[in-house]
Design a protein. Structure first.
Length: 167
């Protein structure tokens, strides 16, 4: 299985929803950059990239079942969808299990476990801050509470105009 196959499958899964496709590709891009710059091993990097592409796979079912795409619902509905898709694509069982675990936790910010989890959360926030038009104060608060990687912090400060200011 190749990362391009996962990206293609997720684009097809979200056919007609350019906003969601753009979101997943932006999160993937930031996750790839952060993971590579932080020196992840090849397996963790691959897991991270697959999780970044599939992290919001539960939105469609959440909206259909609950009338909401809340993070809580996404974390419930996402893993079964990802497991099916990644299984069809031929992903190895251990990889599927970790990706599904990441999807099931990507909106849970307490007790972040693992570099792939930390980077996925940071990459998703880098995109969400822009898409949700967050205030500078809100972005700075999240930076101080959530961001841990040097690359993620640098990207956040560069994108949102902190100019290297440390809180």
């Amino acid at each position: 299985m190749r990362i391009g196959d996962v990206a293609n499958a997720m684009i097809a899964y979200n056919a007609g929803d350019a906003r969601r496709v753009n979101h997943l590709l932006k999160v993937y891009g930031f996750a790839k950059v952060i993971g590579e710059r932080e020196g992840l091993d090849a397996r963790t990097q691959e897991t991270l990239e697959i999780a970044a592409l599939t992290h919001d796979i539960g939105i469609r079912n959440s909206e259909r079942k609950y009338g909401s795409c809340s993070g809580e619902h996404q974390q419930i509905e996402g893993p079964p969808e990802a497991e099916r898709m990644l299984g069809v694509l031929g992903a190895e069982r251990g990889m599927i299990a970790r990706v599904c675990w990441l999807i099931a936790h990507h909106h849970t910010y307490a007790d972040i476990q693992g570099e792939d989890y930390q980077i996925l959360v940071e990459a998703d926030f880098l995109v969400n801050a822009y898409e949700d038009c967050m205030s500078q104060d809100a972005i700075e608060s999240v930076r101080n509470k959530l961001f841990r990687t040097k690359t993620g912090i640098s990207l956040l400060e560069t994108l949102y105009g902190f100019g290297g200011k440390q809180a």
